[in-house]
Design a protein around this ligand. Structure first.
Ligand code: PLP
Length: 361
């Protein structure tokens, strides 16, 4: 068996321990003689498994009691529509445009109402987070929307906009559970699982109770009402059981590691190894404003497309997979999610150092 260092932006590396455990339980989960995949979602075993996953997540993020946790489907992209369908009472929302996923949420929101873009970093290819001081929010806006970590461009909100009593909606798909957060500052946090917590097919929604109402936009399908999922404990229809099971195992893995404070320390250490090298290198450089750097997605370039391609090819041959950057940024991107071991980042930097020495002009 061969495992590579997988720097994919998503679906992405998962903890080896979690995958091994799941493999061991594949044919017989907890003495039932069945796989989790084969079991009724109405069974006590699965109900218990889902409740335990929700409780572990609640413990990890210290989710206040007035917030609900939902395990849904449709990916993070489904939330781009579900948020306005459920929350846009005045048919107005304020958005910050900080990258491709933020932009997609804006386009989707426009299907339902007026979207005000209150700040944007599109002018410099999304290489920074706009100044959050003096933002003007619309009086009638139903909520303010941000993409907390911009997977493609490698930026992150290290501070939050001051939104007063408006609910702040955050897409945390690519930095969910990478560090502690104060959930009470948000109205909704959502995250597609396939980066930091599990397989594609699950999207986790943490939502303040008072935002879940029957008063949704006319024509909202049953499956897209938060209230329906809340009333049915995330099992209105057959939930993505296997995905939730893996997420649950990742939550246990995080707890064992020491929780999100411990995870944050490790993530900061990993990111520093890579950023410090990029800052010192004469060949590679990061593409993002330093103050806005993501701990999870690290884009970098050499400045020469030819050299970038050579690097990606040689890195792959050496066991460093999925380092090609997104086409609108070019160059490379190393996604160093929770499950990427420190050694993976150390080895990558060592490889980059060697490549730099061998390819010096
Ligand atoms: N939001 C962010 C920040 C992402 O990185 C992604 C996927 O890469 C998405 C949304 C879309 O997620 P999904 O494919 O689950 O709809």
């Amino acid at each position: 068996m061969k495992r590579v260092y997988n720097f994919s932006a998503g679906p992405a590396v998962l903890p080896e321990e979690v995958l091994r455990e799941a493999a061991e339980e594949m044919l017989d989960y907890q003495g039932t003689g069945m796989s989790v995949m084969e079991m009724s979602h109405r069974s006590k075993t699965i109900e218990g498994m889902m409740n335990e996953a929700a409780q572990d997540l609640r413990d990890l993020l210290k989710v206040p009691d007035n917030y609900k946790i939902l395990f849904l489907q449709g990916g993070a992209s489904q939330q781009f529509a579900m948020v306005p369908m459920n929350l846009m009472k005045n048919r107005v929302a304020d958005h910050l445009n900080t990258g491709q996923w933020a932009k997609k949420a804006i386009s989707e929101g426009k299907l339902y109402g007026k979207i005000n873009v209150v700040a944007s970093s599109e002018d410099q290819n999304y290489s920074y987070i706009p100044d959050l001081k003096d933002l003007k929010f619309s009086e009638e806006a139903d909520y303010v929307y941000i993409c907390h970590n911009n997977t493609i461009f490698g930026t992150k909100f290290n501070e939050l906009p001051e939104v007063g009593d408006k609910p702040l909606i955050a897409d945390m798909s690519s930095d969910f559970l990478s560090e502690p957060i104060d959930v009470s500052q948000y109205g909704i946090i959502f995250a597609g699982a396939q980066k930091n917590v599990g397989p594609a097919g699950v999207v986790i929604v943490i939502i303040r109770e008072d935002l879940i109402t029957e008063d949704v936009l006319p024509g909202t399908p049953t499956m897209l009402k938060y209230k329906v999922h809340l009333d049915n404990n995330s099992a209105y229809n057959t939930p993505p059981v296997y995905g939730i099971y893996i997420c649950g195992k990742v939550f246990k893995w995080l707890k064992k590691l020491g929780g999100l404070e411990a995870m944050q320390k490790i993530n900061e250490e990993k990111a520093a190894i890579l950023y410090d090298y990029l800052d010192a290198s004469a060949m590679f450089r990061g593409t993002v404003a330093k103050k806005d750097r993501s701990l999870m997605n690290v884009p970098f370039v050499t400045g020469s497309e030819e050299l970038d391609a050579k690097f990606i090819k040689e890195a792959k041959a050496a066991g460093f997979e999925n380092l090609k950057g997104y086409r609108t940024v070019g160059g490379m991107r190393a996604s160093i999610y929770n499950a990427m071991p420190i050694q993976g980042v150390k080895d990558l930097v060592e490889f980059m150092r060697k490549f730099e020495a061998e390819n010096k002009k």
